[in-house]
Structure formats: C-alpha cells, structure tokens
Design a protein around this ligand. Structure first.
Ligand SMILES: Nc1nc2c(ncn2[C@@H]2O[C@H](COP(=O)(O)OP(=O)(O)OP(=O)(O)O)[C@@H](O)[C@H]2O)c(=O)[nH]1
Length: 617
C-alpha cells in the first residue's frame, strides 16, 4: 500500500577508536514515544493467542512463552502454572544443520567435494577433500555431538600425543584448570584491563606479566560480568614459551597465501540474531527471495503451504524453518544456513533461533559470524520484551555476538509497518539499543541502523516506497548496509586454527567428519592439523575469585573477595570437569573467548588470560 514520503538518514559517524571510557554506560534510557494502542489477545478454551507473535499459550501463562509479551488483559495465572518451555531441543542439532549447509557452502566453491576428517595417522590428523556422498545429519543435540567428537579427538590425540613435536603443533591441546578474571560492570576498561578493542587485546597479550595486563576484557554488559582465565605461574611459562617459539618459526607455504583473484566475492559469515519472533527468518527469507535465491515458484509453494496450516504470515520464514516442528510452532529451533550474493560479498546467512531455550544453538551460529544483523521488532511490547534485562534475547544475542569477536553489527529495526513507520519510535529504539551496544563493546562507527519492514519489503534492497518511511529515512537499504561492512580479516600467514562447529561420526566406516571456520592458516588435501573445539560446553566450577578489578583501569582493587556482584569485574579461577581446547586470548582470539552460563542465562563474558593446568597426556 503506497504511503507518503519524507527525509533522511541520521547515522552516527562518530569514530570511537579505543576511547571506551568516553561512553555513557547508563543505558536504561527512558523512551519518549507514544504507545500505540496494544492489540487484544484472542482466546480459545485452554489457550490464549498472543497478539504479538500469534503463539497459542496455555491459559495458565501470564506472559507469552515465545515473545515474553504480557498477557493482555493480565489474567491471574498463579494456580497451576506450568512452564511451557519449548522442548525437543535435543532432537535438533543446529550445529549439524549448519554443518550440512557449510558443506554445501564448500561445494559452492569446490563442487562435489565434502570436507572429511578421515583418521589420525601416526603423526597427524589428516583432512582430505574427496567426493564422498553427503553425510546424514539426523543428529542428536549439538553439544552431544561436539563433546562426542571432542572425546574421540582426545582419545586419538592421546594415543598420538607423544608423537606431536612442538614444531608440528602450535598450541596447547587441552586444558583442565583455569583461573577466570571477571571484570564486570557493563563497561570496558580504558587501559590494559578494561574492555578493549581487539588490537588492544593483542598488545596487552604481549605484556601479560604486568599485573594490570593479566586480565583482558571484551564486551561487557551491565548485567554481566566479564571473565578471563589465568594459568598458575610456572606451568604457564612453559606452555606459552613453547607456543611462542613454534609460532615464531612458522612460515606459511606459498600455496597457503591467497592469490588475488578479481571477480571473486569475499565470503562473509553473517549471523541473523535477535529476540524471538522479531522477524529474523522472515527477513532472511525475503533476502533470499530478493537476491534471486528463492524462485517465485518456490515462494508460491511456501505461501500455499503456510496458508494451509493457518500460518500465512510465516511464508518467508518457511524458506529457512524447514522442520515440521519449527513450522508448526512458528519458531526457529536450529541455525539455518543459506547463501546469497550482494555486490561485494558471498554472504553465508546464519539464521539463528531467538527463543531463549535455543541460545546454545544460536551460539553455534555466533561462533561462525564475521558480522551480524540484530533484528529488532519495533512493535510496542515486543521491543521492550527483547530488551528486558532478565530474559531479553536482544541483549543476550548482542552480547554473545560481540563476545565471539564480531565487532560489526547492523541493527535492522523491523516491523516498522506496525508502528506506522514512526521516526519517533525508531529514534527511541536507536537511543536505547545504541547505548546498550556501546556497553557491549561495539563502536558507534561499526554499528549501522536500518528501519525496515520485512513483510512489506521496505528498505531491504531498494529505496523505501512507503511515503511515511521515505519522508524521514534516506539512508542505505539493508543490502547497502551489508555491502558497507568491512571485509573479514583472515590471517593466512599464521598456523592453521580451525575451531570445529560440528563433528559427525560415520560408524560403518569408523570415520569422523568435522567442519568449522578457518580462523587462521589455510587447508588443503593432506594438510597436517591440530583441531580445536571452541564452542564446546563443559561443566565448570569457580575455584576462587582471585581479585576484583577496577573496570576502568584494570587495576586490582581487592584481593580474594568473598563474592562477586553484578557489574563487577574480576579475575576468577575456574576448574573444568573435562578438558577442552582453549588458548590464551593473546595467543589466539578465537579460542580465547569464554562465557559462563548458569540456569539458562549468560552470566559473564570475558577472555582466557592464563591456562593454569594443561592436560597433556
Ligand atoms: N507486521 C510485520 N510482521 C512481521 C514482519 N516481519 C516478520 N513478521 C511476522 O513476525 C512473525 C515472526 O516472524 P519470524 O520470521 O518467524 O520471526 P523469527 O525472529 O525468525 O522467530 P524465531 O526464529 O522463532 O525467533 C511472523 O508472523 C511474521 O510474519 C514485518 O516486517 N512486519
């Protein structure tokens, strides 16, 4: 429906460099928009229908189990409250679906090839590209898969470990006990131990002996603590010395360095994240359709099928949400992967689940991301639910994305049609989210804002046609914002590091397949490898809180505090139940980022500063 038009962009062009101390961390900003009338829920016996996300909740629920919106009118639901969480998570392996798609991506560049981890030879893990048939991905839970793969790798590594000389490997295999520094506070450190830019991290890592440099931090939030891991003196010396020597001696072979090829698009792993029902899958489906990856015929099919199931509004989402349960529930449960080309990039789109129960699956996507689109539902109630400090996935996803190293983010303020393309609403959301993103460690210059409507195709590829949006926004479309992202840096000259996102066992042949994102180095047939699994989940125990830190200066303010409160920063020692592969952040950023979760919530983010006890069996 064509409407009126008006004016222009209000991009922040501030370049923040490392001036984190300049930020205003008080992000509990009051909004100054007028609340449009809220929609009324509809009810059927035993269930009430959420007016925002259309989910049918049990009558006992006082707020929507999917999007968190309060029931309207609020009904007394104290008796017989049942936690109607989404179950079946373990049946869906986001990682495996992602693995499948990543193999497809591999095929994209090298047709008819799959990446197969064949076996450990006497000395090395061999990775080979062959034309074996695709794997089966009817996998159990992602974490089961990863830990199974980890165990298997560990077992074989143990058997072969004594044959791996320091010149063959460049980093530690496993660690068991670590000390974690928890800087909290939602603020970044201005100096060595404050929340830093990635460059700052590197330089700090070189001076790890300085007390103020022992803890390095990454993105923080006001509700989160930051963590970093330490090693006991002595053992760390040997561990790090060995690593430094082998890295210093490393010389990439000629084939490892990329040849400048014109006309080849740079690959960009782009995670689509955000609160449940904000429209991530719909937006992803739209992007695929507009970039020609979904044909009109396919789209008609999705529309027809979605209508038949009474889920007409989910037609675009169906392109990504492929399982029957996802479609029936109208939510994404696993990371879906799709591809499209923009002018500059071959985009690998990682559509993440927004529901709180599937944050572990979302993490699989976040770990692969070079950049992210944070989708925000502009409608009244939904945006606020996403920003809720206790359960809002807008906040949690932004923190996780940043803590995995993606420092560029596009904020897609979606469903602008629902708020009549109101500039006031857009500005209020931008103010609140912008302050929060700064507290997570995003520089203003690395954040772009696009008001859009995925359903009405406003501002996705071309200029808006709705006059109300056109009247005040003349900035880039979502495609334009994607093309404005900085290309990801891949360090080909360093030794190979490939954190594994998925491991699939092929029992008949006794083979194990693995896939992951190459963080550094290069890979080809017969490459000698060391595998790291960096988003494995492992039970851990806080052994002791070593010191509290001033979150601005990073200086120790108190030794051995008895407890750690929200927003505080600290160095904490953590013991893991089983060994996992990690590196100190100064050695390898990708393997040095950690976060702690408890009771289904992310409670702290930070980095590994020291490995205390290394398991080398
Ligand atoms: N009015 C309006 N509705 C939208 C828009 N984008 C998505 N929706 C609707 O929002 C609902 C949820 O959309 P999804 O794409 O499934 O949301 P999601 O964020 O992928 O959901 P999860 O992955 O389960 O978190 C659907 O009914 C969509 O039709 C939009 O721009 N405007």
């Amino acid at each position: 429906m064509p409407r009126k038009v008006n004016y222009g962009v209000d991009y922040d062009e501030d370049d923040y460099d490392d001036g984190y101390e300049d930020y205003d961390y008080d992000y509990d900003v009051q909004e100054n928009f007028e609340e449009p009338e809220t929609k009324q829920e509809t009810t059927r016996p035993g269930v009430w229908h959420c007016p925002i996300c259309t989910f049918d909740n049990e009558d006992s629920m006082s707020s929507c189990d999917i999007c968190g919106v309060l029931r309207n009118p609020l009904v007394n639901t104290r008796s017989g409250i049942k936690n109607n969480t989404v179950d079946g998570m373990s049946k869906y392996s986001g990682a495996s679906i992602m693995a499948k798609s990543l193999f497809e991506s591999w095929q994209h560049s090298t047709p008819n090839k799959t990446l197969t981890l064949l076996q450990l030879t006497d000395e090395f893990v061999m990775v080979e590209c062959n034309s074996s048939s695709p794997f089966k991905f009817d996998a159990p839970s992602p974490d089961d898969l990863v830990s199974k793969g980890l165990r298997l790798s560990k077992a074989v590594l143990r058997a072969n470990n004594n044959k791996l000389s320091s010149s063959d490997v460049t980093s530690s295999v496993t660690e068991k006990k670590t000390a974690v520094g928890l800087p909290s506070n939602g603020k970044r450190f201005a100096s060595s131990s404050a929340l830093m830019s990635e460059d700052s991290y590197s330089s700090v890592g070189e001076n790890a002996s300085s007390p103020s440099n022992k803890v390095q931090q990454q993105s923080l939030s006001t509700s989160l603590n930051n963590i970093s891991l330490n090693v006991k003196p002595g053992s760390s010396k040997n561990v790090n010395a060995g690593r430094a020597i082998s890295n210093a001696h490393y010389k990439p072979e000629k084939w490892m360095l990329p040849e400048p090829v014109e006309d080849r698009l740079t690959q960009l792993n782009l995670a689509i994240v955000g609160h449940v029902d904000s429209g991530k899958s719909t937006l992803s489906g739209r992007l695929l359709q507009l970039s020609g990856r979904i044909s009109q015929k396919e789209m008609h099919k999705y529309e027809k099928e979605a209508k038949l199931q009474g889920k007409g509004s989910f037609a675009y989402a169906w392109a990504l949400d492929e399982s029957a349960e996802e479609r029936e529930r109208g939510i994404t449960m696993t990371v879906a992967v799709a591809y499209f080309d923009s002018k500059r990039y071959h985009v690998v789109l990682l559509d993440s689940p927004g529901h709180k129960d599937f944050v572990p699956n979302m993490i699989s996507g976040a770990a692969q991301a070079d950049a992210a689109i944070l989708v925000i539902d502009a409608s009244v109630g939904s945006f606020e639910a996403g920003m809720d400090s206790t359960g809002g996935q807008t906040r949690e996803h932004a923190q996780l994305i940043r803590s995995f190293g993606a420092d560029q983010i596009i904020v897609a303020i979606n469903k602008m049609d629902v708020v009549e393309y109101s500039k006031e609403r857009f500005d209020a959301i931008k103010l609140q989210v912008g302050t929060f993103l700064r507290s997570c460690g995003f520089k203003d210059s690395s954040v772009s804002w696009v008001p859009l409507s995925a359903i009405e195709n406003q501002k996705l590829v071309v200029a808006a046609s709705d006059s109300r949006l056109l009247s005040w926004y003349k900035g880039p479309s979502l495609f334009g914002a994607i093309d404005s992202l900085r290309p990801p840096a891949r360090d080909y000259s360093k030794p190979l590091v490939m954190p594994i996102c998925d491991v699939i066992k092929l029992p008949p042949q006794g083979l194990v397949s693995a896939c992951g994102k190459l963080e550094a180095g290069a890979l080809r047939n017969g490459s000698k490898l060391e595998f790291h699994i960096h988003h494995a989940r492992e039970a851990a125990r806080v052994v002791k809180i070593l010191s509290l830190l001033d979150s601005r200066t990073g200086k120790v303010t108190k030794k051995a505090p008895r407890c750690l409160l929200a927003k505080q920063s600290a160095v904490v020692e953590v013991a893991l139940q089983e060994a996992v592969c990690v590196e100190e952040f100064s050695t390898c950023k990708a393997l040095g980022r950690v976060f702690l979760r408890a009771l289904g919530r992310t409670i702290a983010v930070g980095v590994v500063t020291r490995i205390i006890e290394e398991l080398r069996e």
